[in-house]
Design a protein around this ligand. Structure first.
Ligand code: GAP
Length: 574
């Protein structure tokens, strides 16, 4: 049995540390480039390194996030990974071949949960608003799109290689420090891949180094830097985390994160294209057509849900940073003269309320505002909504005010005017954009973290997932009290069929005691269970047991169950 249980490394998972370390801003926020993405211009190696160093310093001295005291998780990331596999939520991709780092398969219940999340987002952002319409653009498109948007030249992360182990590290995640003795001499260098409490881990490594070298006395406080901040001389002296020895690391170099592909029968430069790294560009290049065919008036938004791909150097923390993921994005087009800050604030609140409505604990949410140097050059403002995961507080989604950058770039490169003609006026302009952008997989992970709970019912321990009914993979389970009593089985199957035809995902289960059946449903987050018993045969009522209030069982008319579930599954209004 143990062999069947997933191990953390099956998921490319760096084991988490408890959330004690105040977090620095995540790399993806720190390196937001011209598209709200990590991005560097690479005019020359020297200026590249200078830019890396200045970015690095900025990030390390950025204000520290407060530790969230409410985030006392009953499960750590490794436990969640294991739970996801055991209960059919997420599996490593290609597991029978040993898995594939940075890629995941959503199991039967994971697929339901993820689809429900996307459906709820679409409902709230598109169907419930009259100023947002939807789009589904292609994943692969003409490379001209990514050339114009700047991704081909600039969408990169800094990386360093270990020539000995052939391992590759993200430069901004490879942390190091010089171990300087009290008398000013150097005892050497220590390094590690950032994960959890860097200060404590490097201090421990420094103590070990001093002990190995049989040096008496202490060392000065460590000045921790990352590899984007190492000089050529220092690079030679810093040990590789893979071998523990210096001399095998290279300096920081840019690594483009886009996956390349070839379209058509030839694999040459002319047929090269890319898997999109964000869904946003598909919206920008369709702006003119959508505005025209749908007769849209500014302000209005175009929403899209779809896959994005990034060849992350170090995918980690399970679904948090993967190489294939989904985004839910809106490009909301506004008049350049409009009060963009007010509109951005409305979108931040819209996203915040959505996160709450689908069941994230508000105490685990926070905002992080990007200011001054941290803003991308095009951006007028950017605020992330961050979530406290078991491994620390990290970006869940971003709401950026992107100005007119993307539309201008595409207008220039394509030769098509992307100006908006104000109806009934002579005035024309290139709209500015507010962009709420949320990763589905990050939200999925946050939801699992928020929902996991353990309690005791009648002295018996249970573990459960407290999903809101609107996203729960199974809305209701239907049980006949006894499987060997045909009238009960028939009624139960009839109720399941009736609810299915009303659009609910229900599960019929007749195996084991009722108590065991309840536990199985608690474990996968099913909010309601209906049992057909002998009273049902008399008065056509069934028992309803709520996952979150299991001792209070009610009876309802069988024909009213559909309406009851419908009401419970409504997205809460804010
Ligand atoms: N169009 C803007 C954009 O793509 P981003 O901050 O790079 O901005 C937006 O990405 C969101 O996509 C993030 O807030 C995160 O939720 C998700 N995301 C980005 N990279 C990811 C990755 N490697 N794995 C999972 N989700 C990711």
């Amino acid at each position: 049995m143990a062999a069947l249980l997933p191990r953390a490394k099956d998921f490319g998972l760096a084991l988490p540390a408890p959330p004690t370390r105040p977090q620095r801003p995540s790399a993806s926020t720190a390196f937001r480039g011209s598209f709200g993405l990590r991005c560097f211009a690479l005019p020359a190696v020297a200026s590249f390194l200078t830019s890396l160093r200045s970015q690095s310093r900025r990030r390390f001295s950025a204000p520290r996030r407060a530790v969230n005291t409410d985030a006392e998780y009953k499960i750590d990331l490794e436990g969640l990974v294991s739970l996801c596999k055991r209960r059919g939520f997420v599996f490593p991709s290609g597991e029978i071949y040993g898995g594939y780092n940075g890629f995941f398969d959503y199991g039967p219940l994971g697929a339901e949960l993820k689809n429900n999340l996307k459906r709820m987002w679409w409902r709230k952002m598109v169907h419930c608003r009259d100023d947002v319409i939807g789009l589904d653009s292609s994943i692969v498109t003409t490379p001209s799109v990514h050339q114009a948007s700047g991704h081909v030249d600039n969408f990169s992360d800094p990386m360093v290689d270990c020539t000995e182990s052939k391992k590759r590290f993200r430069a901004d995640q490879l942390m190091w420090a010089k171990v300087e003795l009290e008398d000013g001499t150097s005892a050497g260098y220590v390094s590690m891949v950032e994960d959890g409490n860097v200060e404590v881990a490097l201090k421990k490594a420094a103590k070990k180094l001093i002990k190995q070298k049989k040096i008496e006395g202490g060392f000065k406080e460590l000045e921790i830097k990352d590899m984007t901040d190492a000089t050529e001389e220092e690079v030679k002296l810093i040990p590789s985390p893979a071998t523990g020895l210096p001399g095998s690391l290279t300096g920081a170099r840019a690594f483009n994160l886009m996956f390349e592909t070839y379209v058509g029968p030839y694999s040459d430069g002319a047929s090269k294209s890319y898997l999109r790294p964000e869904t946003a560009q598909g919206i920008f290049v369709n702006f003119k057509t959508v505005t025209y065919v749908m007769r849209q008036k500014i302000p209005f938004g175009i929403a899209q849900i779809g896959k994005a791909f990034r060849n992350e150097i170090t995918p980690r923390q399970f679904l948090f940073r993967s190489r294939e993921f989904e985004q839910m994005e809106i490009e909301y087009f506004i008049d350049p003269e409009a009060d963009f800050k007010a509109i951005q604030e409305e979108w931040i609140m819209e996203m915040w309320n959505f996160l709450k409505a689908v069941g994230l604990k508000e105490s685990l949410l926070d905002r992080e505002v990007h200011e001054g140097e941290k803003l991308a050059h095009y951006a007028r403002a950017c605020t992330d909504i961050v979530f406290t995961y078991p491994f620390g507080t990290q970006e869940l989604l971003g709401v950026a005010a992107r100005g007119e950058y993307d539309l201008q770039q595409h207008a220039q490169a394509s030769g098509e005017s992307l100006e908006y003609q104000v109806p009934g006026q002579k005035r024309k302009f290139v709209p500015h954009v507010i962009e709420p952008s949320c990763g589905v997989d990050r939200l999925f992970l946050a939801l699992l973290c928020s929902a996991y709970d353990e309690d005791e019912i009648d002295g018996e321990k249970r573990s459960l997932l407290r999903f809101h009914p609107c996203v729960a993979p199974i809305t209701c389970a239907i049980f006949p009290l006894l499987k060997n009593k045909p009238p009960l089985v028939e009624k139960a199957k009839g109720l399941a069929a009736m609810l299915r035809s009303s659009g609910f995902n229900v599960l019929y289960d007749e195996a084991g005691t009722i108590g065991k059946r309840y536990r199985r449903m608690d474990e996968v987050g099913t909010p309601f269970c209906c049992t057909i018993d002998f009273d049902t045969l008399e008065d056509d009522t069934v028992t309803i047991r709520r996952r979150d209030d299991p001792l209070k069982v009610e009876r309802k008319k069988r024909e009213d169950i559909g309406a009851f579930l419908m009401k419970e599954c409504q997205l809460p209004e804010q």
